[in-house]
Design a protein around this ligand. Sequence first.
Ligand code: ADP
Length: 474
Amino acid sequence: MYINGNWATAADTEFEIFNPATGAVIQSLPDGGAEAARAAIDAAASAFKTWRATTPYQRAEFLMRAHALMLERQEELAKVMTAEQGKPLRAAMTEVKYASDFLQWFAEEGKRVYGEIIPSARADQRFYVLHQPVGVVAAITPWNYPISMITRKLGPALAAGCTVVLKPAEATPLTAVETFKIFEDAGFPPGVVNLVTGADPKPIGEEFTTNPKVAKLTFTGSTAVGKMLAGKAAANMKRVSCELGGHAPFIVLKDADPVHAAKGLQLVKFLNTGQACISPNRIFVHREVLESFLETFADRVGGMKAGNGMEQGVTIGPLVNEAAVAKVENQVKDAVAKGAEVLCGGQRLIEGDLGQGHFFAPTVLNNVTPDMLIYREETFGPVAAVVPFDDDDDVLAMANDTHYGLAAYVYSQNLTQAMRLFEGLEFGIIGINDINPASAAAPFGGQKDSGLGREGSREGLQEYLETKVGGFSI
Ligand code: ADP
């Protein structure tokens, strides 16, 4: 834990962090609770008094130093991430780069928090609008993207002039520790950034949502936990941003290039072993292009190599834990029992060393129907569920038939059709013939049960700012 510029050394209790590919214990960390969270919030509240008064140019210098250090330590950070989270080292390297982008982008954007002067109906009056930092930010991040979810929150918060307390996921706190070493080495003053680790998130979450010194809660994780925390924070009138679960449709229209779509799907579906909130969960493919789509797709998926992400040639890592494997297995069994066809994979991987980790074979299911669990429930695993359809006009309603609204993907060569779907889809992030509609510069976030607010982009900075108006009579 890192509180008020000090690392906790000996703790009464510690908790263990496991490698999901081998089952081995990597390290132990202090098991913090409400008391640690309170101390960190006190430190952040005290540091806010001076941090808020720094200029955006000064704050940008700290952020740019952290950005440079993150890139210098890219490989070290990636190795820690692969050990505790499981993704292949190359993917971990990519994530560190993506994480560093948020530090750089918001360092720059912090200089552009412009106000406004509004004309009044009264000749003697002027309205001045000013944006100021909200205050102490409590941040909770998930295990699937252990570093980029930290900087996507802390980059804009710090650039805006807020101070922060972070609670990373209990499965992946080691990457957070390495990230905070970077903040320390970049010279952030004591109390501006604070880290609280713990095995049980509940007492920390309780403190975050009830402590009067916390002005804002930013959360990324499951919809159930997000709703619960947002409810508690709202009862105490704290600002809230939530990035929650998804159930992304991936739509391949009749006029799409099915081979291009299949190649794109293979890349995006199995990223992070399917453990991403923007992972395609229902793959709607027009029957006229189904055969060539499935041929390319199943062939590519069948060629993937599961294993320990530290090993050369491994293209897909383990799932995070046994519960994640059991959930995926249950969805596959349910789908098969209700008539889905397994084109590849379909079972746990237990041969040799894989038996020690949490592995499930990259899987393609065809003929998935709305009565199957996988059609409704977020999978968060390496299973692609293909739903053939017959009429392009029907697919919009099918895609919107979910309480989630995070990401969607559309493949079409027809501009009119693509635009119709882009406008009609009830989702916040849409890839049109594109599998990566995310960047530090673009707003990321969901509609419906997928969340509140946006991260990244100008909008991501506004989430950490209050608006103040001054009516001046002259
Ligand atoms: P996932 O299914 O991705 O693990 P969670 O919502 O359980 O999603 O976890 C995301 C983050 O939320 C993690 O940092 C986790 O520790 C935290 N979390 C889970 N339950 C609570 C809670 N009751 N209070 C505060 N944080 C929580």
